[in-house]
Structure formats: C-alpha cells, structure tokens
Design a binder for this molecule. Structure first.
Ligand code: ADP
Ligand code: MG
Length: 653
C-alpha cells in the first residue's frame, strides 16, 4: 500500500509558480537534476573512501540520461548515495534550501510585469523545477547502506506525493520524468546533449545520454588545468555552473602551489553581494577537494570570515580524505592553506587596485564592507587590508574620487602627523560640515567616512603606518602649527569676554544635560556652532551602528562650541542684554544646538524641528513676538528606543 503525504505549504506555492509560468528557460530542470545526481555521487565517493560498508562498492560512478520516446519519459539515473524511505520524505517533500525559498520571496515581491522567467535564472530552485516539464515524476531510489530497501516516490505536482516499496537491484536513484505534451522536445538526444554541454560540462562524473558509451561532458577539473589553456568564457562558465549565479564574476584568481603545500585553487569574486544570498551556494565557504574528491561542500576553514564573499574550489594534494577538525595533521594543513589563500586574495586585490582601479572599485563597492570588517576582526591582517581601503576626501571633494590611506599620507602638509577623518551619513552632509572649516583654511585633507560600517572599522583603525587616525570633532585637536593659514577676509570682531560669558550661561541653562559644556570656538569661521567630543575611545561611534541595526542607543553627550565672531552669536548676545525675556532667545539657542546635531548626522528626529522653524520663520517675516504660538514646539529626545524606530522618546525636564 502506498502512503500518501501532503507537501509542505511552501512547496505547493513553488510548484504552482513553476507550473503556471510559461517558461522558455525550462531546460534548466536538467541542470538541477544532474547537479543533484552529481552531489549524490560525490557523497557516495566520500563514503567509500572513508567507510567500507557501502552497497555495490565497485559500481562505476556515473549519470545516465535516457529518453524513451514510446513511453514519453526521460530518466535520469545515478549510482550515487541514494535515499531511504525517510530521506525521500525529508528531502523531496520539504523546502529546505534557500534557493527555492528565495525564489518564492522574489516572486512575491516582484513588480508588475516581472515574470517567473525573469527571476528563475537567479535561483537554484532544485528538484521541483522538474514540474515545469513533467506531468508526473517517479523517483526510485536505494540507499548506499548495505541493508537498504528501495522505495518509489511519486507525485504529479499537485498537493501530495506517495511513497511505497519498490524494486531496485543496485544502489542509486532513477528520476523518471513523464514529460508534458508540450515538453516532448526533451526526448531528443541531440538537444539533451546540447543542454548538458551548456549547463553541466564541468560535472566531475561522466554523463551518458541514451545508449552512448561516451560521456557528453568534459568532466575536467578546470582548476587543475594550465591557466594558459583556459579561456575567459571557460572561467566564467565554470563559475556560473557551480554557483548558479547568472552574472559573470568580477574577478578570478587561479593558483597552483607546490611548496610548502601542494594544492590548486580557483577563486572568484561574484558580481554582487546580494546575488550571493540566492544562489545555489546555500552557505559561505569554498568547495574543498582532496585529490579531486569533494570532501567538503562548504569549507569555512579556508578563508577568514571577512573574505567569505569569495567563491571557489580548493583541491589539496596533502589532505587526508577524512578531514575532521580533531585530525591534527589535517588541521595543520588547513591552517596553512588558509594562510596562503588569504595572503593571495589580499595581494591580488592590492595588485588590482594598483593596475586596474576601475575593476577594483567594482569589487570594493560590492564587498568593501566585508573588507573593512577584516581590520577589526582579524588584526593580524590589518596591514594587508589597509592598502585596500579607499574613501572620498576633502582633497577632491568628489563622491566618485576615492583616495587611499597612502595617498593621504603622501600629501600631508607641514608638521602634520595625524590622519583626520570626518564621520557622517553621506557625502554631502560631511562635505558641508562646520568641522571642516579649520582644516580647509589650513589646507589639511580630511577623509570622509560615510559608510555605516566605518564606525565599526574605526575600532581597528586607530592608526595607519605610524599616524594616528583622528576624528575632526575631537576637542583636543590643535591645528595652529599645522599647514599654512590661508589669508582670510577681514574677520569680524569676537564678542567681548563678559558678553560671551552671559550668552554661554544662557546656552547652558537651556540645554542642560544635553551638552557636556559650552565654550568658545577657536576654529570656526563660517558657522555659528559645532559639537566636539572629549571622548576619543575607539568605540565612541558605535551608537551609529546600533542605530543602523535598530538597537537602543544613547546620543553621545558632547561639548558645544560657539563661534564668537559669528553675526548670529552677536545678535543673540545683543538680545540677551536688551530683552532677556524675549521667548525667541531660547528657541534660537535650541535650534543652534539641533542644527549642530543635524550637521553631524546624529539628530534622532529631524522632523521635530519643523514647528520650531515655523515659529522662527514667522518671526523673521514680521509676526510680532507676542503673537507667536510657542506651544507647538516640543522638547528634545536623548535616548532613542531602537524598536520604536524613528519615534523618539521625549524626556521631560
Ligand atoms: P538541493 O540540491 O539544493 O539540496 P534539491 O531540491 O535539488 O535541493 O534536492 C533536494 C534534496 O533531495 C537534495 O538535497 C538531496 O538530499 C535529495 N536528492 C535529490 N536528488 C537526489 C539524487 N539523485 N540522489 C540522492 N539524493 C537526491
Ligand atoms: Mg539540487
């Protein structure tokens, strides 16, 4: 008696999408089935080499694709690891892998006009893609375990499938595809061969079509070939075949080493970091082979985590087949492999940055965030990563023109020993920041750190090549001896000391605990105020990361510097002495502070300034102070609740 099971809900959804989308690229079902057969063969090969208890241990490892015109079926068979009753229910009845899930998500989110066809190429949708061309599918499988019993799984792609015992003499799997009326073209051997060459040429096991005894595919381990004999297309095809990425990679590194370790490696940098999530590769990690036998599909021991965007294969001549972490010899080899591969990737990127900056920039744009992380998480690699860092800067003041730390260090002005940076949300706000005034005046370059990850990177980048790396808003910075001061237009007179003191007291009273201190600025020229920081601990900008990640964060308390020469400060001072009770006074003080927050990209709730600005504009355009409505002006947030998103918590005084 056959047992009947229902598919998990997502599978039904997936089947529905696949079956109901008219799909011209439906030939990829064959790539999916062959890829599964190849996985099954790799796994049994591994079992054979590590475990003697394998059914039919001397069977040839191959894949066979057999059309039967009379029956209207196409059968894909392999002598791989096979599946037991439970494994069939488990593997063919649930949606376990990210490709199919990602596909469903993308279909759900697709814009009008986008078809499954546009999207499917980006995903490894796996076994279920067979229902694009099948009315019915029978899977007969027998596990490699010596006491195994064969079962047959059957489904028409509806809501259910059945499972019952079957006959199969030998280990392996047959996928019998009952082709739909409009899919009979897949009975044509010539066409099948062509599809296999297009999508599955590098599968490591022979693929036979029909009764032919000659394999259709090349079966070459491309990574073991001489780079001189490989065309760029072959490199790209191989990449696409094993990642199912639909874009060409940005770069590849093909290496062969003999001493001290003997290995081959073919590494790729994908075109985009997002694509990665949906490709066939479900996890980060390189494919690890030992003498051409796949021993780990996702080896995370071969590259540091910050380089996990790199895809590829590594084939070692030295590794024992049973790589387990406890195995000391294997461990030592893996550690050395990792060191060599990491060094190679970093040096290749450095070379690329020098010789083909445009190409490097594509990589940096897609994966710069990973690279920057490395500075913090792998301090041992810091000096190798530093040459890979590029930032916009005040030198060109152009978001497209990036400079390296070395460029910066090479342009330092007289007496300059430190590297200066400004941190903010985007190029335009940092380039207009009041913090830059003093630096511009003295011709000192400032790097623009506008990537959210930069706050994190700074925890590891406290110095570069002997130069301290410092934030322009550090209260302690003294530029008086650095560079040369540009001739200034006639400077306005500063406020008298006593008048400034009165004004400062007013600011202190209004702002209370929201500032550390209020004091006179020695550096500001064009702006009335800025916020400086006394805390120079590396993690002081971590709140930006917390904010980005929707975690709770506290606004840092800073010191407010006022420019005693600025007309606004002069006006305020005059107001205080003439009409100290003018309610506009405190409103302006408040706005001066919040403008400084805004300019640093740390204002928690900019829209809250609108009612205040309206009152100020009314005053500026003629409404008498007595007629202004101050009640709509709220108070200021200080502690931001990550869950409440932009809704700031208002603290009452
Ligand atoms: P994926 O290959 O990404 O895991 P698929 O939908 O292609 O997803 O296949 C689902 C699972 O079914 C596989 O992971 C494997 O466990 C099992 N499977 C599919 N085809 C075979 C086969 N020919 N031999 C053994 N197991 C298979
Ligand atoms: Mg698969």
């Amino acid at each position: 008696m056959a047992e009947t099971f229902a598919f998990k809900a997502e599978i039904q959804q997936l089947l529905h999408i696949l079956v109901h989308s008219l799909y011209t690229e439906r030939e990829i079902f064959l790539r999916e089935l062959i890829s599964n057969a190849s996985d099954a063969l790799s796994r049994v090969q591994f079992e054979q080499l590590t475990n003697h208890e394998v059914l039919d241990s001397d069977a040839e490892l191959y894949i066979e694709v057999k059309p039967d015109s009379e029956a209207g079926t196409l059968t894909i068979s392999d002598t791989g690891i096979g599946m037991s009753h439970d494994e069939m229910a488990e593997n063919l009845g649930v949606i376990a892998h990210s490709g199919a899930k990602g596909f469903i998500e993308a279909m759900k989110n697709a814009q009008n006009g986008t078809t499954a066809q546009d999207i499917i190429g980006q995903f490894g949708v796996g076994f279920y893609s067979v229902f694009m061309i099948a009315d019915k599918v029978r899977v007969i499988s027998r596990s490699y375990r010596t006491d195994s019993q064969a079962y047959v799984w059957e489904s028409t792609g509806g809501d259910t499938y059945t499972l019952e015992p079957a006959e199969r003499e030998t280990r392996g799997t047959d996928i019998i595809v009952y082709l739909k009326e409009d899919a009979k073209e897949f009975l044509d051997e010539w066409k099948l061969k062509e599809i296999i060459r297009r999508h599955s040429d590098y599968i490591a096991f022979p693929i036979y079509v029909g009764d032919s005894e000659e394999a259709v595919n090349k079966q070459t381990a491309l990574w073991r070939q001489d780079p001189k004999e490989i065309t760029p297309e072959q490199y790209n095809d191989f990449y696409k075949m094993f990642t199912l990425d639909f874009q060409d990679p940005l770069y590849h590194i093909h290496m062969r080493a003999d001493v001290p370790l003997q290995f081959y490696a073919l590494l790729y940098i994908p075109a985009s970091s997002e694509q990665n999530m949906f490709s066939l590769r479900k996890e980060p990690g390189l494919k690890l082979y030992a003498r051409k036998v796949l021993i780990q599909e996702y080896s995370k021991d071969l590259l540091p985590e910050y380089l996990q965007f790199v895809q590829g294969v590594v084939d070692s001549e030295d590794l024992p087949l049973s790589v387990s972490r406890e195995n000391i010899q294997a461990n030592r080899i893996l550690v050395n492999l990792k060191k060599t591969l990491t060094g190679k990737v970093l040096s290749e990127l450095k070379r690329l940055a020098k010789n083909n900056f445009e190409n490097y920039l594509q990589i940096y744009t897609a994966f710069g965030r990973f690279i920057k992380q490395g500075i913090v998480v792998d301090p041992a690699d810091k000096t190798d990563i530093e040459p890979l860092l590029y930032f916009a800067s005040s030198h060109d003041n152009d978001p497209e023109k990036l400079v390296s730390l070395a460029d910066y260090a090479g342009r330092m002005v007289q007496n300059q020993t430190d590297i200066y940076y400004i941190i903010g949300n985007d190029f335009y706000s940092v380039s207009r920041s009041p913090h830059l005034e003093a630096f511009r005046q003295r011709g000192i370059e400032v790097l623009y750190f506008t990537d959210p990850i930069d706050s994190f990177m700074l925890m590891g980048l406290t110095e570069y090549s002997g130069h301290k790396v410092r934030n322009v808003d550090e209260a302690e910075i003294d530029l008086s001896e650095i560079g040369t001061l540009k001739e200034d237009e006639a400077k306005a007179e500063p406020l008298q000391e006593e008048a400034f003191g009165t004004l400062r007291d007013r600011f202190v009273k209004v702002l209370g605990g929201r500032v550390h201190e209020v004091r006179e600025s020695k550096t500001l020229t064009g702006s009335p105020a800025r916020l400086v920081s006394d805390d120079n601990a590396p993690q002081r900008n971590m709140f930006r990361i917390n904010r980005l990640m929707d975690r709770d964060y506290e606004l840092p308390i800073k010191t407010l510097e006022l420019n005693p020469r600025h007309p606004l400060i002069h006006n305020l001072s005059a107001l205080i002495s003439n009409t100290p009770d003018n309610p506009l006074l405190d409103v302006v003080v408040e706005q001066v502070f919040e403008t400084a927050l805004l300019q640093d990209g740390i204002h928690p709730d900019p829209a809250a300034m609108a009612p205040r600005l309206q009152v100020l504009m009314q005053a500026a355009t003629g409404t008498a102070v007595s007629n202004l409505d101050f009640s709509s002006i709220g108070s200021r947030p200080t502690i931001i609740d990550g869950d409440a998103d932009m809704e700031a918590e208002i603290e009452s005084e």
